[in-house]
Design a protein around this ligand. Structure first.
Ligand SMILES: [Zn+2]
Length: 206
């Protein structure tokens, strides 16, 4: 089970982006009518089922279509991470974490450290599904099995746009603009895992 706060943040984020009636349509469509006007409390009680998180995301893709869902899911990921950073940093181990002003190389190193903290906290919440490593390209996060796209088996392109949005916002918080984040593998299109890459920034110009 996952914390009430996660589902709470997901629902207020979707309400902000889709509007109240848009969110209600999505909840109806996804068989989650029970959440209409009754969001989980904003606390750390472990009362929420990860399956519902997955249903919400998959429901958005099925209801809106992949092309229309993409920017909405990306934005919801960004907004969700922003809310966590600003209001609920303890949820993902980010309490007291402050990115320093430094050159881009030093900031990228700091991003690796902060991402490690967040990944460990996420493993505590979601289980041993994350592997974080650094290579020449940048920071590489593998998710297997991936609860964002679980249940979709026939996509021709990566669909974990929410996960890309959360990584994008985290990277932007530490590195500043611009950042490049892409999902380079996705279980939904038959890859062995979902892979989110935060690309190493160009060195500062001199
Ligand atoms: Zn994926």
């Amino acid at each position: 089970m996952i914390p009430n706060q996660l589902m709470h943040i997901a629902l207020i984020t979707f309400e902000e982006i889709l509007g109240k009636s848009g969110l209600n349509s999505l909840l109806n469509f996804s068989g989650m009518e029970a959440f209409i006007d009754t969001y989980p409390p904003n606390d750390l009680g472990l009362d929420q089922d990860l399956v519902d998180f997955n249903r919400l995301i998959i429901g958005a893709i099925e209801l809106l279509g992949q092309a229309a869902a993409r920017p909405i899911l990306f934005r919801s990921g960004r907004r969700g991470m922003q809310t966590i950073i600003e209001q609920f940093p303890d949820l993902l181990g980010l309490g007291g974490v402050t990115p320093e002003k430094a050159d881009r190389g030093a900031r990228f190193k700091r991003l690796g450290e902060i991402h490690r903290v967040l990944t460990d906290a996420s493993i505590g919440l979601f289980g041993e599904i994350y592997t974080l490593c650094e290579n020449k390209e940048g920071l590489v996060l593998d998710i297997d099995p991936c609860f964002w796209c679980h249940g979709v088996v026939s996509s021709s392109e990566p669909i974990c746009h929410t996960a890309v949005g959360t990584s994008y916002e985290l990277a932007r918080w530490v590195l500043g603009d611009p950042v490049t984040v892409r999902e380079t593998r996705c279980s939904a299109k038959g890859d062995e895992c979902c892979r989110i890459v935060i690309f190493r920034p160009e060195p500062d110009e001199r």
